[in-house]
Design a protein around this ligand. Structure first.
Ligand code: DC
Length: 228
């Protein structure tokens, strides 16, 4: 069974997806982490940077795209999933605001998406999976059995993301986090390559006024009904 969870940045998708995976013993795949890892790879080589606008050396990145190897491992102690880029654990690095500022531009590129989508589709062989992203129900797995489209107001999402970054010890301003979310919403939903949109058969979940427990309970009961 494939469960697809799409939605806007910082709307709680990954928390929901991890909760489903833990409750149903599914494999969880965070596709945003994959686009973030590609962005980090390009940043480390100086192929993407921001002055007033984002500049990407597309030629270099396209040339090296097959040298980018991404995989996930679960840390046995913390039980959290870690993202590896060419054998190195980059889980913390890919969550920085610096990467967040550039990732939407990198994930617009058709050759990047083609490579990531192909890799994501190979995960279907893992059996039961729950995958979160922007185009899972529309492009990666259009025939997924259960699809959810998660949303929340921009203010609520910015506050949640801000709290998360503060808890990790990052020094950020709420206004910058809000700006980043607005920018990413705009880029993710207006890009020509597989823009963020709700699949016609996806269930809309607005988490603005729901606690994490409520979100998970609601979605798990929906999946349980579906499986009956
Ligand atoms: O879910 P996230 O915030 O970690 O995703 C980071 C970025 O990656 C997001 O701004 C858009 C992009 N992305 C995408 O284009 N397609 C996906 N399936 C997942 C993420």
């Amino acid at each position: 069974m494939i469960i697809a969870i799409d939605g806007y940045s910082s709307c709680g998708k990954s928390t929901i997806a991890k909760g489903i995976a833990a409750a149903l013993n599914f494999v969880y795949i965070d596709t945003g982490a994959m686009y973030r890892a590609v962005t980090l790879y390009a940043m480390q080589r100086g192929w993407v940077n921001m002055n007033n606008d984002v500049r990407i050396n597309q030629e270099q990145l396209a040339h090296s795209i097959d040298d980018i190897h991404i995989h996930f491992e679960v840390n046995p102690e913390t039980k959290t999933q870690q993202t590896f880029l060419n054998g190195k654990n980059v889980e913390n690095k890919i969550r920085s605001l610096e990467v967040a500022d550039l990732v939407s531009e990198v994930s617009k590129l058709a050759f990047v998406r083609k490579k990531m989508v192909a890799l994501q589709q190979t995960y279907a062989a893992c059996g039961n999976i729950v995958m979160d992203g922007r185009d899972i129900g529309t492009v990666v797995f259009p025939h997924a059995e259960c699809k959810f489209f998660v949303t929340a107001t921009t203010q609520v999402r910015a506050q949640r993301r801000y709290d998360e970054l503060l808890a990790k010890g990052e020094h950020v301003q709420l206004a910058d986090v809000l700006h980043n979310i607005e920018q990413r919403d705009f880029i993710d939903s207006t890009r020509s390559e597989s823009p963020l949109r709700k699949a016609d058969d996806a269930v809309l979940v607005d988490t603005s006024n729901m606690t994490r427990e409520e979100q998970l309970t609601w979605i798990l009961s929906y999946i349980t009904q579906y499986r009956k």
